[in-house]
Design a protein around this ligand. Structure first.
Ligand code: ATP
Ligand code: MG
Length: 193
């Protein structure tokens, strides 16, 4: 019998995808013995209603560029083309039932999981692996969510928000994203104020 494919899913707005996302994927791949890590940019992230998010097209292109060159990373466009808000429960349903799925979440995202649409279905379909995030208390997450595994990752006080702000202020963001993502941001003049 063939072993089941074990995939880690790392979803996000990816506005832009940055090195903490890639490192989270890397430590999950190593520490969980995954076959692949799938980066899934959200179409219309319902939790970001109210703030201006770069177009799905830009975020998809950047996600694609960010994983380039790593053969066990891929970018997946299934959410980008979905109409309406994006729900993780629907995304998990769209994977082959024979595949084993692990959701890779930063601690802030994990903390919010109980409020997600159909969160019980999400937890029934996927295991949850969490990477620490500066400012989020681990015991708080554990009290709210059944975490299968805490991954070992050095804390990186980095976020898309910080990168957008730094870019707008001209403070320098090179090396906080991959070189290809940096070149794309530069060419497209994203986040310039
Ligand atoms: P924004 O500031 O726009 O929310 P972000 O950096 O939080 O950007 P998201 O696309 O919202 O990025 O997050 C995608 C996933 O990556 C989430 O699970 C989030 O918790 C995780 N993540 C993002 N940055 C970090 C980080 N520095 N350390 C650990 N996890 C992170
Ligand atoms: Mg975020």
């Amino acid at each position: 019998m063939l072993a089941r494919v074990r995939s880690g899913l790392l979803g996000g707005t990816f506005d832009p995808p940055h090195i903490a996302h890639l490192l989270a994927g890397e430590v999950a791949y190593r520490q969980l013995g995954l076959d692949r890590v799938v980066f899934i940019p959200a179409g219309s992230p319902w939790q970001k209603a109210g703030r201006k998010v770069s177009s799905a097209h830009h975020r998809w292109v950047m996600s694609h560029l960010a994983v380039d060159g790593v053969d066990y990373f891929e970018a997946d466009e299934r959410e980008v083309h979905r109409d309406g808000w994006t729900y993780t429960a629907d995304t998990l349903d769209s994977f082959d039932p024979a595949e084993e799925l692990v959701l890779i979440l930063g601690a802030d995202a994990a903390r919010g999981l109980p409020t997600w649409d159909r969160s019980a279905d999400v937890l029934a379909r996927a295991q949850v692996a969490v990477v620490p995030r500066p400012g989020v208390d681990r015991s708080e997450v554990d009290s709210l969510v059944k975490v299968e595994r805490w991954l070992d990752m050095p804390a990186l006080p980095l976020s898309g928000t910080l990168i957008r702000q730094r870019a707008a202020a001209g403070l320098g963001i090179r090396f906080l994203v991959t070189e290809q993502v940096y070149q794309y941001l530069d060419e497209q003049k994203l986040y310039r104020s």
